[in-house]
Design a protein around this ligand. Structure first.
Ligand code: ZN
Length: 455
């Protein structure tokens, strides 16, 4: 009897306990449902949840990127932005971007492995994004970020350092998607011999293979003291022969040039003022002067003209210039390269709606009238007045002609070019013309005696 009653009591206690557990569970579920409802209700109003909570649960598998602003971190979760303060969350998320890995076989890419980040999928309006690099990229310590627009790929940021497995970069309105990759350098091609005179600055042409290799840093080393090497500048000092080694340490690649320096005074070139008049010719709707494509306010490109990105000659010359600048401690990159007619239309109309036609025309080209459509012009580093006078701008101004570029809209030449000074906008015209135009101190329009005025 006693035993049975005891068992009954135990059963009842267990029964009550069970109900209690279920009730507590339901209450917790209810509370969390209310909390979640509130979270997502607030999210739905401005798409951003602001919170100081550090223990917010984060569904790691569906978070694609961090939008980092000063000490605020915004996590994207299933289309919602969750804004958090503090570092806590940083240590609790693991971005798995392997699913964006792809092999690209397009343009200059030959089965190139990398991350393809689609704006409409995960970037949206992120200003700065931070991405965790998968191992195959991480092992190189640096990556290239290509901006993609209208099926053209522009090197947006080169040699971006990977820090603690992550890279972070500012997004650009210019591009829809991004391709993040590392391309190893396999060789540096140069002439094997070169002859020059004492006092000459050496004009060394080299080509990187592949030209879009990520790390194209080089160093110069001479076998004796016949050469004076100062950053990117190499001067022949004494008569004799010397071997110049160009080396890329990252990929352990080097090439030698045997240089013969002659004593004989170099016959002085007679530079006479060119009085020649140049003729503008139209071939297939495109205007040229002496085989230089002309795009300005007078001479426009057809809407359908699309070289598919910056031209190879532009890029090869740019890569040489970039490596030379690096030797002088200057970092150069293409901020904005090729733009289609339709992209320019959007940009221009946007400026017009902000500033009006008259003002917009002084700094932005109408569609068809932008040199960016030619694939021969680009904005370097920072297309903004704040770039004027910086060390990089000065270097560009003093050295770009050596690689075939001109500063297209020089200071004080607005009357000729139709544009305000743009220290960042370079145009490829080839070494010979670049030297002639630069030495003349004239703008392109002045040099060839052509106009740049909207009809
Ligand atoms: Zn530009």
């Amino acid at each position: 009897m006693k035993r049975r009653r005891k068992r009954l009591r135990v059963d009842r206690i267990l029964y009550c306990l069970g109900i209690l557990i279920v009730l507590v569970y339901l209450i917790i579920l209810g509370i969390s449902a209310i909390i979640n409802y509130n979270i997502f209700k607030s999210v739905k109003t401005d798409n951003i949840l602001k919170t100081n909570r550090t223990k917010l649960k984060v569904w790691t598998k569906t978070i694609n990127y961090i939008n980092e602003n000063v000490d605020e971190i915004i996590l994207r979760h299933d289309g919602y932005d969750i804004k958090l303060n503090g570092n806590y969350i940083k240590n609790h998320i693991n971005l798995d971007l392997n699913k964006y890995t792809t092999k690209l076989n397009k343009g200059s890419f030959k089965n190139q492995k990398g991350l393809y980040i689609k704006k409409n999928e995960i970037l949206d309006e992120a200003i700065n994004i931070k991405l965790k690099m998968p191992y195959y990229l991480r092992k190189n310590n640096e990556v290239d970020i290509y901006g993609i627009k209208d099926d053209s790929y522009t090197l947006y940021k080169g040699k971006v350092k990977i820090k603690d497995k992550y890279i972070s970069f500012d997004t650009s309105d210019e591009y829809d998607d991004y391709f993040i990759t590392y391309i190893p350098l396999t060789s540096i091609n140069t002439k094997t011999t070169l002859t020059c005179y004492v006092g000459d600055e050496l004009d060394i042409n080299f080509k990187f293979i592949p030209s879009n290799a990520t790390n194209k840093s080089i160093t110069y080393k001479a076998s004796n003291d016949l050469l004076e090497i100062n950053g990117s500048k190499i001067i022949a000092k004494k008569k004799g022969t010397v071997v110049l080694t160009i080396k890329n340490t990252k990929n352990n690649i080097s090439t030698d040039i045997k240089i013969t320096i002659k004593k004989k005074e170099k016959p002085k070139e007679v530079i006479k003022e060119d009085e020649k008049t140049y003729e503008v010719v139209n071939r297939d709707g495109i205007y040229y002067v002496e085989d230089i494509m002309i795009v300005n306010k007078t001479y426009s490109l057809p809407a359908e003209y699309n070289p598919g990105g910056l031209s190879d000659e532009f890029m090869d010359a740019f890569y040489q210039m970039q490596s030379a600048a690096e030797l002088d401690g200057i970092e150069l990159w293409v901020q904005s390269g090729y733009r289609s007619y339709y992209t320019q239309e959007i940009i221009y109309n946007n400026y017009v709606s902000m500033d009006g036609v008259e003002s917009a025309d002084t700094y932005s080209a109408r569609p068809g009238y932008s040199e960016h459509q030619s694939g021969l012009a680009a904005d370097i580093n920072n297309p903004d007045e704040s770039f004027n006078g910086t060390a990089a701008a000065e270097w560009l101004k003093n050295n770009c002609y050596k690689y075939g570029f001109i500063i297209r809209f020089p200071e004080g030449k607005e009357a000729y070019t139709g544009y305000i000074y743009e220290s960042w906008h370079v145009r490829y015209v080839g070494k010979e013309w670049a030297r002639k135009i630069t030495e003349s101190g004239k703008s392109l329009e002045e040099y060839f005696g052509i106009t740049s005025v909207y009809q």
